[in-house]
Design a protein. Structure first.
Lengths: 839, 255
């Protein structure tokens, strides 16, 4: 056991692939005095790295995951531990064949090439022991490979120990974490205490325990992945290398088969979800194999044996080939399937690098280290951010319910708008009962139930007839309704109300409030009382951290309103920038206020009939807010719009919400008011107006200039990302955010198809489009524009392509559809003069 | 040949053995279960004998409902069918176990004909009572040889090799006989996938024997002071080679 230094720049707990990689990159980025601990021995400390199947399929529908995986492959290659084998995802069903064409599209969108679709005979040629009669085809990625993740960790540690920046201490268990005034102060271990301002939890399935020691939360659950190893396989005895055949993923059976020396390894995500508790994992001493290799439960695997036999009868059906090893291996699952990375919102200096699999380990290590050292990572990690979780999402019950639901979707065909079915109805707005009566179809946002559309509006379909596009393909129409488009048209014609209670709402108060908001906001925040400012928040390098609105309610009182999905991360960003001297305070009022949106040409008439306050254009100008009386309620009304129509966001304390709904509903009926869902608010309304959305168009990888959102002048006050932003204004942008429309929807079979987002944008000849920074063009958002009669796509394009009228193509389910650039920049497609919102 | 193999479901230990708070059982929440290693060899021997001589092999266990897993394990490597004497949570001592097995064997022989050979483990991996095989042999009036590392059937005789300090004692006994065997008798095979799948379909006859009043009471287990396993690094890279050779020679592996 090595003796620990009394002080460290950072302590990393966990020497699996993730912890080793974080420590390695911290040293590489210049941190000196990094300590890496593990309670287990080295090189295999007994966590999930030690029994991982170690293969890497780079293509994922998530850009973030694909980027992390591609970076990991580069690192494994550089370390000399990557063996390219190729990999084939085989389809047994027609639906899966369709899904494979979608995977091809994702590969093109994220720049993973080459990839190709194979016929059963072509699959057979590469994997001669497979019975091609049970499959319909395969998706071949030659870049798939197998890594030695334990060796990768060893090399990373050795390099930095040799360079002098890293101390590694195996067999050292953490027994306590000292937190002082919300910050990490020291870590207590069986080998002594270490003072440190930074502690990284990279403990895989044990991470929740370690986080809890510090009073923080890493909401993951250990889950079983069953794996068996059969051999010796006569065919493989002739192999001269450990891996000569491509890895096969039997997607429809949630299984994989791969050669490993003379054995065939068979793994499964098809069995019932078997979840464990981090506190109940055996110790190293108690474990028969290792703490994360639990006894195999035979009965769970029985159907998988039959599936494997069907696909690979030559090997699996061979009586001489024995089952030599079988485990219930533990790995980490999270409620939304994404890793858990970043500084915890509960404790400053406590970082999570958890729920990471071998395929993305080194990439995560680099990204988290960059985030720690430089304040942000090159790859945008917002979907993996530990601060994304709302309180209810950190509960054991939520984690287990969602992990169980997500487990069998590991190889699943998951629709981009697919909703979770477990643990719903956790957050209900005061409008909920009214919405149910109107036949709302609820989607989930940050745990809130929000109407996506209302079945009671089906009558509008008749009213709008052909102006409402029907979708013929089941996939395009899944989690969608033409009613959304009808609601949209009713809003544009008359008025609609929206439940926006999922907004996250933070009040910043105190003498330091203005300075705090100036510091995080691109836009000028020293505005008159009653002004509403829409502003980006930037990362240090000038990319998007968020976009939101801020109301000035007093000299020292601001109200920040942001989307629920990203609200918790915004809260952390804001609270991280509060002054040390306590001169500004942040209060989370999300659960205190509900929000009703009212927009459309009749919105003023409706509101005016409810209030004696002046709501005329002159008396209540755009981008202002004030408290008005609506019947017996005092309502904070904010005249802004994300749907491009005249109207207000109306805020009342949550217990008065139902009354507000009833008042507005009754007053609106003579005006033809409808209730409209988030299908309009989040997609059709905003897309026609070319309004951007955080996480879709707006990511840290794109600049304000590229997004077409640079203000005419830059404020004098300092703010995060200012230097970079000033530089970006001087440069030619590498890409420009454009709005495109689909010219022809007809597929080869004649069925009209409607892309849903994240597809590659190609030239008409089918060539990928890459900008000067190496970024591919892809659809950031897609949806109908009912008022303009077009299907709308947004995409960043290099300047030479970002020209109105430029003819391009989008690839969707293996076919190319012609599209044309309708707008380069942020001019709205609908009502370009913005006369409606300023009416 | 008709062969009966008796097996016992025991915890699969690998690391430190942890006892339940009352010290009357091994804490098994993290452990898998297996057939005692001696009995795995008995199963393998039965399968080989039937493969060679023809006939039928039957596996028998006395244990909780979960012990079906061990019966399926045995059938996965080639045993034809199983008898499960299902017990509840109560502890069965060697005498009670032997009594129930004797009754089951008699019933089985009455319906399906006599066994030529009954194979038992020399002792179970958990309780280690060394009782059951001998008691069953005595009750059934069968010749019995224990602790065997070699078995060879020659017509109606069986040649038995028993390991003793410094060598082997060899016995010849007539069939039918009851033999208890030890790990090392043979190298048990791994189950194949088709074997596993067949095992799921094979029949298990279940009986619920009455437990006689216990005459032996278990008070508690004591985990012996184990030897600490220490790994010694012999060296790194090619420099380690001479030491490795020296060690292999010491262990007698190079002769």
């Amino acid at each position: 056991m090595s003796s620990l230094p009394p002080r460290a720049r950072a302590v990393v707990i966990g020497a699996g692939i993730v912890g080793s990689s974080v420590a390695y990159h911290l040293c590489r980025l210049g941190w000196d005095g990094v300590v890496l601990l593990d309670k287990g021995p080295l090189p295999n400390p007994g966590g999930s790295t030690g029994h991982a199947s170690n293969f890497i399929f780079p293509v994922d529908h998530s850009k973030e995951m694909t980027q992390l995986t591609l970076d990991s492959v580069r690192q494994y290659e550089e370390l000399g531990v990557f063996t390219r084998s190729g990999g084939i995802e085989v389809a047994r069903t027609e639906e899966r064949m369709q899904e494979l064409t979608r995977r091809i599209a994702s590969a093109k969108a994220w720049g993973v090439e080459p990839v190709s679709l194979l016929s059963p005979a072509e699959v057979k040629e590469l994997v001669p022991y497979l019975d091609e009669r049970v499959i319909l085809g395969g998706f071949f990625t030659p870049g798939v490979g197998v890594v030695d993740s334990l060796q990768a960790g060893t090399l990373m540690r050795e390099r930095m120990v040799a360079a002098g920046g890293l101390v590694v201490s195996p067999r050292t268990e953490v027994v306590g974490i000292e937190v002082e005034r919300g910050r990490i102060r020291a870590v207590r271990t069986t080998a002594g205490d270490v003072e440190t301002p930074v502690l990284v939890v990279a403990c895989g399935v044990w991470s929740p325990r370690l986080a809890r020691m510090a009073g923080a939360s890493i909401p993951l659950t250990p889950a079983v992945h069953q794996m068996i190893d059969i051999g010796p396989v006569p065919r493989f005895e002739r192999c001269t290398r450990a891996i000569e055949f491509p890895i096969v993923r039997d997607m429809d059976r949630n299984m994989y088969e791969r050669q490993d020396g003379t054995s065939l390894e068979i793994g499964s995500y098809a069995h019932r979800p078997i979840l464990h508790d981090p506190d109940e994992i055996p110790s190293l001493e108690e474990a028969a194999l290792s703490p994360t290799e639990l006894p195999f439960t035979q009965e769970d695997f029985a159907p998988q044996l039959e599936d494997a036999l069907e696909l690979m009868p030559e090997i699996v059906g061979d009586e001489s080939v024995g089952i030599k090893y079988a485990i219930n291996g533990l790995l980490s699952l999270t409620p939304d399937g994404m890793p858990i990375l970043g500084e915890t919102p509960e404790v400053r200096g406590l970082w999570s690098a958890a729920a990471v699999w071998v395929k993305e380990g080194p990439g995560v290590g680099r990204a988290v280290a960059e985030w720690m050292v430089e304040g942000e990572s090159e790859i945008d990690l917002h979907s993996s951010d530990v601060s994304r979780f709302h309180e209810h999402q950190k509960t054991r019950s939520h984690v287990k319910a969602r992990a169980a639901e997500g487990f069998n979707k590991t190889y699943g065909i998951v629709h981009p708008f697919e909703q979770w079915s477990s643990n719903r109805e956790v957050r209900l707005s005061p409008f909920y009962e009214r919405e149910r009566e109107l036949g709302a179809v609820f989607f989930e946002a940050a745990g809130w139930e929000r109407p996506q559309w209302y079945e009671s509006n089906a009558s509008l379909l008749e009213e709008y007839g052909d102006r409402v596009t029907r979708r013929e393909a089941e996939w395009d129409a899944r989690w969608w309704s033409p009613i959304i488009n009808a609601e949209h048209l009713a809003m544009r014609d008359r008025a609609a109300i929206f439940d926006l209670s999922a907004f996250a709402i933070f009040d910043v108060t105190g003498p330091g409030a203005l300075d705090t908001l100036q510091q995080v906001s691109l836009r000028q925040m020293d505005v008159p009382l009653g002004r509403v400012v829409y502003t980006p928040w930037l990362t240090p390098s000038g990319g998007f951290r968020s976009d939101l609105t801020i109301m000035r309610l007093g000299d020292e009182h601001f109200r920040v309103v942001t989307g629920g999905a990203h609200g918790m991360a915004d809260r952390k960003w804001l609270s991280d920038h509060l002054p040390e001297n306590g001169s500004a305070q942040l209060a989370d009022l999300t659960s205190a206020w509900c929000t009703l949106g009212l927009w459309g040409p009749r919105a003023r008439d409706i509101l005016a009939s409810l209030t004696s306050d002046d709501v005329s254009h002159e008396g209540f100008p755009f981008a202002t807010c004030r408290t008005i009386e609506v019947g017996p309620l005092r309502v904070l009304a904010s005249r802004i719009s994300y749907v491009g129509d005249l109207g207000w966001e109306l805020y009342v304390p949550i217990e008065q919400g139902a009354r507000l709904w009833d008042l507005v509903w009754e007053a609106g009926r003579p005006h033809g008011l409808v209730a409209a869902g988030i299908g309009v608010y989040g997609t059709t309304g905003r897309l026609e107006k070319c309004y951007r959305a955080y996480g879709a168009e707006l990511e840290s990888e794109y600049t304000v200039v590229e997004a077409g959102m640079a203000p005419p002048r830059v404020k004098d006050e300092d703010f995060v990302g200012k230097e970079a932003h000033l530089r970006h204004r001087e440069e030619e942008p590498a890409a420009i955010l454009c709005t495109l429309t689909v010219d022809d929807h007809a597929s080869a079979s004649g069925v009209r198809r409607y892309p849903l987002g994240r597809e590659p944008i190609l030239t008409r000849a089918g060539e990928p489009i890459v900008d000067a920074k190496g970024r591919r063009s892809y659809v950031t958002s897609a949806g109908a524009g009912p008022s303009v009669g077009k299907h709308i796509l947004m995409a960043y394009l290099p300047p030479e392509q970002a020209v109105v009228g430029q003819e391009l193509a989008v690839e969707y389910f293996g076919e190319r559809y012609p599209v044309t650039v309708a707008v380069a920049g942020s001019t709205p497609l609908f009502d370009p003069e913005n006369s409606r919102i300023r009416a | 040949m008709r062969i009966l193999v008796a097996v016992k479901r025991v915890p699969m230990t690998g690391g430190t053995i942890v006892l339940t708070p009352d010290a009357r059982a091994i804490a098994t929440q993290h452990l898998g279960f297996t057939i005692s290693p001696h009995e795995e060899c008995a199963v393998e021997e039965a399968v080989r004998l039937v493969e060679r001589e023809g006939g039928e092999s039957v596996v028998l266990t006395l244990g909780p409902p979960e012990a079906e897993e061990q019966l399926r394990d045995a059938m996965a490597v080639g045993i034809d069918r199983a008898i499960h004497l299902v017990t509840d949570e109560e502890e069965w001592d060697g005498q009670a176990t032997a009594g129930a097995i004797v009754e089951a064997v008699r019933a089985e022989e009455a319906s399906s004909g006599p066994f030529d050979l009954l194979l038992f483990g020399n002792e179970s991996a958990d309780a280690g009572g060394y009782q059951v095989g001998v008691r069953v042999a005595h009750a059934l009036g069968l010749p019995c040889v224990t602790g065997l590392k070699g078995i060879e059937v020659r017509g109606r005789l069986v040649r038995c090799e028993q390991e003793v300090p410094g060598g082997r004692d060899v016995f010849e006994v007539p069939l039918p006989a009851l033999l208890t065997v030890k790990e090392g008798l043979n190298l048990p095979r791994y189950p194949s996938v088709p074997g596993r799948m067949r095992a799921r379909q094979r029949p298990i006859a279940r009986h619920e024997p009455q437990r006689p009043p216990a005459r032996l009471e278990k008070l508690r287990f004591v985990v012996p002071e184990g030897e600490r396993k220490e790994a010694e690094i012999l060296g790194r890279g090619p420099e380690a080679a001479p030491k490795v050779v020296e060690l292999l020679d010491q262990l007698g592996l190079l002769r």
